[in-house]
Design a protein around this ligand. Sequence first.
Ligand SMILES: Cc1ncc(COP(=O)(O)O)c(C=O)c1O
Length: 435
Amino acid sequence: MDNLDSFWMPFTPNRAFKAKPKLLAAASGMYYTSHDNRQILDATSGLWCVNAGHGRRQITEAIQKQAAVMDFAPTFNMGHPLAFAFTEKLAGFMPFDLRRIFLTNSGSEAADTALKIALSYQRMRGQGAKTRLIGRERAYHGVGFGGISVGGIVRNRMTFGTLLTGVDHLPHTHGVPGNLFSKGEPEHGGTDLADALERIVALHDASTIAAVIVEPVAGSTGVLVPPKGYLQRLRAICDKHDILLIFDEVITGFGRLGAAFGADYFGVRPDMICMAKGITNAAVPMGAVAVSNRIYDTFMQASETPIELFHGYTYSGHPLACAAGIATLGIYEDEGLFARAASLAGYWQEAVHSLRDARHVVDIRNLGLVGGIELEPRAGAATARALEVFDRCYDKGLLIRVTGDIIALSPPLIVEKAEIDTMVATIREALQETV
Ligand SMILES: Cc1ncc(COP(=O)(O)O)c(C=O)c1O
């Protein structure tokens, strides 16, 4: 590879990367093959997305077959059978009555779509003053203007102007005393943290608030598992004040927690679920928003214009993505991968927490097949230590993800116990060698 100049890489220190590139050339099962022909064990499912493991034959064949039959069909005023077949199958995976599905191409588009549906829904039902959107500190909802507005990552927001107005943020759920090294859901703080929503309601009045959006487990900012009772309490407060609750399950969806969705795992009913990533096992980009029958029916009954929602993407329901999606959902079903994740969660928990005494480790958290290992930042050089651990792991044949000074792990749901052991041993070694 001679010239790396043209590709402006996303969320990447381009100058550093291009000075020392890490290129992946092939992928199969739990492994990538690097450009220098090394096997790299994937502890991050690519980017939290290849839940069924890499290079699944059923998926690639479905894509190939569909590409030969029909490359593209519009879904504005037209349709094609696969989009309906796929959404019908996906609806069967959805919890509660979230059976109406809007298709997008990414998680960012799913988050923005859900926010727009929320605003439009409130207006459609005669509550047009409900325009305020409530996000959370340390939230990641992708990179659209809606997503970064309700999101809570300062670097993703600070250089992009004023963003959406009429947005407020709940406090994040991290750092409650007594919750360090929690196994699974932390014990402390759930009710108090959720009650912050009552304060926001008291400040703005419920009549101005359309929706609350949260990730059931915040992934991108370092695996922040909600304390016990937190999501249940958010739901109760939203019900009390007639506010929609949106779960952004771009990471927690499709078995990551050992259930189809976080909503299933926590037994909490959101009004909408955003998803992407594992929806097609990442083989073709796709995202989606599932909404309750109540929301969909309101649009169908109350719309005064023939088009009920003025929103959509050229590639909503792209035939190749739908083909990939149907094949992916088939694999999840046939191989019982969500139950498999649940059955491995205990082993995973003990393995990840065995790093408690490893060098630099100040906290560890886990749920399902997700793990977060927080490191003490190097004095005056935040993130440098984690980046060094990332590099060392990569050189040793392990792909991890780091965010800030946190290692975030999310292996494909096909992972074997021996591979979990390798991941943990490699990380321990890398931590030991890192200053
Ligand atoms: C919770 C959540 N929402 C939205 C997104 C954005 O998805 P995409 O990168 O596909 O736009 C992500 C990506 O990691 C995510 O974790």
